[in-house]
Design a protein around this ligand. Structure first.
Ligand code: GLU
Length: 490
């Protein structure tokens, strides 16, 4: 039996960044492919950064994206619950566990109490900076004996616990993406492991939890690569088996900068709100930093699982290309049922004031036809408002050039008259009738081909290009068509 276990360990500091979703996705794909287990753990040891509702948001975003996990925190019956044999899965509920392991490190000489004041730390930092050195703790408390230190702690002196790294030792580790890495301890700080508020730092908690939760592969963003030697040292200090490391290239924008909120959409919610389909976003994100051997670009989750391997994750940053995302998403919109896209589209149409709930409930066929008519041209569902605006407008605008090209001659006048005439004989313009309408106009006027279709299209839609005219006729209906034709009549 295989015992591959991976985890996604976000901090609940707000929303799920799409870079985070990609990390979660790669964990998921790897676990699925190898029959392993995937854990969602919440790393909330920095209480100052905790955001109310962030855990719920993380869970919902993963669920929306179809990235499923086996253990950890879930949202059920309106609350966050935990499932699995390795809990608690929220770090703030595990403080007693970290304390136990910090004590062990202290006893074994791998950690020490540090009583340095904030002011002292500030001033050595300043001094080092002035000398052009990388700021680093100067080791002032390293040699306070454990006995003395304990007495000071007992007496209530404020303290932290720091990692006691040996001087000048090379720490080696292997990363599947980055290869062999060596860092000398002289270049690493004596990391704080336990803060003065009794909470562990990320570095302490992550190692203890990954070990106790049986995590075999650490798959995370490359921003954690510089921290890894500290983690390796801790595994060694505890005598624990080390996990396999996989550091993923950062998701960058086209300018090769980290994707940040200041530069546009970064959260899963942003993309969801724009009307991206989870299949589209997830498919595209998978390709930001990874590609299957055959370079296939449109892949279902199933295909991604089958083809996924860390060996094909790139070393350099993955560029997030919104145009490519839109192309992928457009593919998924086109292959979704119109019914589904209609349901997604309604809130956007309500938002624009084009329809209300009552109307869309009562006119399902009309709504389906509306969506069907423009579905091919959408790359996100939120674009539907702009695509169908011409149907709802009281007055359409026709730019001068287009007008001159198609509507300024006698031909257009004849067509408009024929349209009004033809429609005055019918009660309702249903789809059946819409299909025969242009034939009737042709018969009546003797005008055909481009000379027939283009002026009618421009008069009714404002544009020389657009969706299927039969659909447009049906969607506009008798009154609007008459009105628009009348507007052209001189
Ligand atoms: N809590 C860290 C984060 O927010 C997790 C890093 C890791 O996966 O080790 O990204």
């Amino acid at each position: 039996m295989n015992n591959i276990r991976v985890r996604f360990a976000p901090s609940p500091t707000g929303y799920l960044h799409i870079g985070g979703l990609r990390t979660a996705l790669y964990n998921y794909l790897f676990a699925q492919k190898n029959g392993g287990k995937f854990v969602l753990r919440i790393e909330d040891t920095d209480q100052t950064r905790f955001v109310e509702g962030a855990i719920e948001n993380l869970i919902h975003s993963l669920e929306w994206a179809g990235v499923k996990y086996d253990e950890g925190v879930f949202f059920e019956d309106g609350k966050v619950v935990e499932k699995g044999d390795f809990g608690p899965y929220v770090q703030s509920k595990r403080l007693h566990i970290y304390k136990e392991y910090v004590d062990k490190l202290l006893e074994d000489g791998h950690a020490y109490y540090c009583f340095c004041s904030r002011e002292r730390l500030e001033s050595i930092r300043e001094e080092q900076k002035m000398k052009g050195l990388v700021p680093k703790y100067d080791g002032f408390c390293r040699n306070v004996s454990l006995e003395d230190a304990k007495a000071r702690v007992e007496a209530g002196e404020e303290h932290v616990v720091r990692l006691k790294l040996p001087y000048n030792r090379d720490i080696h580790f292997h990363d599947i993406v980055r290869g062999d890495i060596v860092i000398n301890t002289n270049d690493i700080d004596d990391q704080v492991l336990l803060k003065s508020d009794g909470y562990p730092t990320y570095h302490m908690a992550v190692v203890v939890d990954d070990h106790l939760m049986g995590i075999t592969h650490i798959v995370r963003g490359e921003e954690w690569l510089p921290s890894t030697p500290k983690h390796i040292y801790l595994y060694e200090a505890f005598g624990w088996e080390k996990p396999v490391y996989v550091h993923l290239p950062t998701v960058l924008n086209k300018e090769r900068k980290k994707l940040s909120k200041r530069h546009g959409d970064v959260s899963v919610d942003d993309f969801r709100n724009k009307g991206y389909l989870p299949e589209g976003l997830v498919n595209y994100l998978a390709l930001v930093g990874w590609s299957p051997e055959d370079n296939q670009e449109l892949l279902s989750m199933e295909e991604m699982i089958n083809k996924f391997s860390f060996e094909r994750v790139s070393k350099t940053g993955g560029i997030f290309d919104k145009d490519k995302l839109d192309w992928v998403n457009g593919h998924y919109i086109r292959s979704s049922s119109t019914e589904k896209i209609k349901d997604m589209a309604i809130p956007y149409l309500i938002d624009r004031g084009f329809v209300d709930e009552k109307f869309s409930d009562e006119n399902i066929d009309w709504m389906l036809m509306l969506v069907e008519t423009v579905k091919e041209s959408l790359s996100t569902v939120s674009e539907i408002g702009d695509k169908v605006e011409f149907i709802f407008q009281e007055e359409i605008r026709i730019d001068e050039e287009t007008y001159n090209e198609f509507l300024s001659d006698e031909n257009a006048q004849i067509l408009m008259k024929a349209i009004i005439n033809e429609l005055s004989n019918v009660n309702e313009l249903d789809m059946e009738y819409a299909k025969t309408f242009m034939k009737a106009i042709q018969k009546e006027t003797g005008i055909k081909g481009k000379n027939l279709f283009m002026p009618v299209r421009v008069a009714l839609t404002g544009s020389a290009h657009g969706p299927e005219l039969v659909n447009v006729l049906f969607l506009l209906g008798k009154e609007k068509i008459i009105k628009r034709a009348n507007n052209i009549l001189k």
